[in-house]
Write a protein that binds this ligand. Structure first.
Ligand SMILES: [Zn+2]
Length: 235
């Protein structure tokens, strides 16, 4: 196997283990993928394998149509969702999916997460959106494909670089980023944002939204050409 694909497998394995260490996922729940854009191959967690037993060579490599190209195990059952997002968003390099407690609670309540403070604004420009309900025929025809379509539809007026995640209605969050590791970092950030929003709203139901001028300032400090947070040249 070419060095690039070995690297893809290792980076996706590491990102899956990072997700496990984060505590955002239990049992075999959750999955992380990454893509090598040159070959068009996605590396993704195998279906139903405990994280503790997984090895880098177990990461399944599939093409953008979900055909297995390398690997002996079945890929995650959510693979068509990941593939739909990679096809639509050419700039993303990794995707993570969890059922983390607070983000999933907002998804189950069918509530977007409002931007109530600067922690949220550092990561998301605007609220964290929620997808629409799926129709019975869509679920019966191809559930995972329909879920991917619903995410793409909801993101149609949004930029995946300023909105690095979404809540799938009554299911849970998907996040993305330039790499598989960055997607996991956004899952961790999203869970903190969701927990803080849920707590603030429990303390005060009419907690005000963060003002637009402070929200825009916080996002632009960290992202884009005007960023000045952190150290130049370091991730
Ligand atoms: Zn799920």
């Amino acid at each position: 196997m070419e060095a690039d694909l070995v690297h893809l497998r290792e980076s996706v394995y590491e990102a899956n283990m990072m997700l496990k260490r984060s505590g955002l996922t239990v049992l075999t729940w959750g999955n992380v993928s990454g893509i090598d854009r040159d070959s068009g191959l996605i590396g993704i967690k195998p279906s139903g394998i405990p994280y503790e037993q997984m090895r880098p060579e177990d990461i399944v490599l599939v093409d953008l149509d979900c055909h297995v190209k390398h690997g002996l195990l079945r890929p995650s059952s959510d693979t068509p969702i990941h593939a739909a997002l990679y096809r639509q968003f050419g700039a993303i390099g990794g995707i993570a999916h969890t059922h983390s407690r607070y983000a999933t609670s907002f998804a189950q309540a069918c509530l977007e997460i409002p931007c109530l403070g600067t922690t949220h604004a550092d990561v998301f420009q605007g609220p964290v959106p929620v997808t629409r309900a799926l129709r019975a025929a869509e679920v019966q025809a191809d559930y995972e494909q329909a879920t991917g379509t619903a995410i793409v539809e909801r993101m149609s007026m949004l930029d995946p670089s300023t909105c690095p995640g979404i809540l799938v209605r009554q299911h849970g969050p998907f996040t993305w980023g330039p790499s598989a590791g960055a997607a996991v970092a956004n899952s961790i950030a999203l869970e903190e944002i969701a927990a803080m929003a849920a707590t603030a709203l429990a303390l005060k139901a009419d907690t005000p939204l963060l003002s637009q001028h402070v929200a825009a300032k916080h996002f632009s400090r960290r992202h884009g050409s005007t960023a000045y947070y952190g150290q130049p040249g370091r991730q």
